[in-house]
Design a protein around this ligand. Structure first.
Ligand SMILES: [Zn+2]
Ligand SMILES: [Zn+2]
Length: 248
């Protein structure tokens, strides 16, 4: 940083341009070179600070020897030198900013990587939780199917269907017997029919009472779900903004 301080001292236009406040000094600085009124073909490229006068080299030798003076060329060279230094500093600033932008780019791609990785892990955890919840639901449904015993009803339907078939067969036998000429077959059908009728009449046609099944949806606790997914901590490392001074 010492170099920079030295440069800053050199970059001091007011020092270089400092004059005596006279109009002649301003004309000497900013005006175009003028020919000397005494020595017609020579330019007034010097300024005598003691006499506050723009003079030519020949006037200087003749009338201003020993006086403090400054040349236009000298001022110009100093200013150009300062401008070079400024340009050098500006290039340094450009490099510094380019490095800074590069670091920001790195941070950006690093941030992308972190965001993607964490997102994937959250998705995975959510997926796992959903699967486990589904397994619990399936278990509950299986328990319900165990409780509701449909086989009892099926058995009862089967028994009664078989009785219906027997009765239909007897009814057909009776129809044939009414055509018969002999007593014995008619009597036999009558006995059979009476027996079946008694058996049917004594049969109870009760409805089976099944186990009751109820379901009530549980209250979904989002706080608990969030806890199950996991904890997301944002650690503020405080380096979101890079101090440019720290680059160099
Ligand atoms: Zn002159
Ligand atoms: Zn003089």
């Amino acid at each position: 940083m010492t170099t920079r301080t030295t440069r800053s001292a050199e970059l001091c236009e007011p020092d270089i341009l400092q004059g005596d406040g006279c109009q002649s000094w301003d004309e000497f600085l900013y005006g175009t070179s003028q020919l000397c009124s005494q020595h017609k073909d020579v330019m007034k490229d010097y300024y005598c600070k003691q006499c506050s006068l723009a003079i030519c080299p020949r006037c200087f030798i003749a009338d201003h020897n020993g006086h403090t003076n400054v040349s236009r060329e000298d001022i110009l060279q100093k200013l150009k030198h300062n401008l070079d230094m400024l340009n050098h500093d500006l290039k340094q600033e450009i490099m510094k900013l380019e490095t800074y932008c590069g670091l920001l780019d790195e941070k950006l791609s690093h941030a992308d990587g972190v965001v993607n990785e964490i997102s994937d892990r959250i998705n995975q955890q959510v997926h796992t939780i959903c699967q486990k919840v589904k397994v619990q639901g399936d278990k509950m449904k299986a328990r319900m199917l165990d409780i509701v015993d449909k086989s009892k009803l099926n058995k009862l339907i089967e028994e009664n269907s078989s009785i219906i078939e027997d009765l239909k067969s007897t009814v057909n036998g009776n129809n044939l017997a009414t055509e018969d000429k002999y007593i014995a077959p008619v009597l036999e059908q009558t006995k059979k029919s009476r027996k079946q009728k008694e058996k049917c009449s004594s049969r109870k046609l009760d409805m089976l009472c099944l186990n009751g099944v109820l379901f009530k949806e549980g209250k979904i606790d989002t706080g608990m779900i969030s806890e199950q997914i996991g904890r997301l901590d944002i650690i503020d490392s405080g380096d979101a903004v890079v101090n440019t001074d720290s680059i160099y």
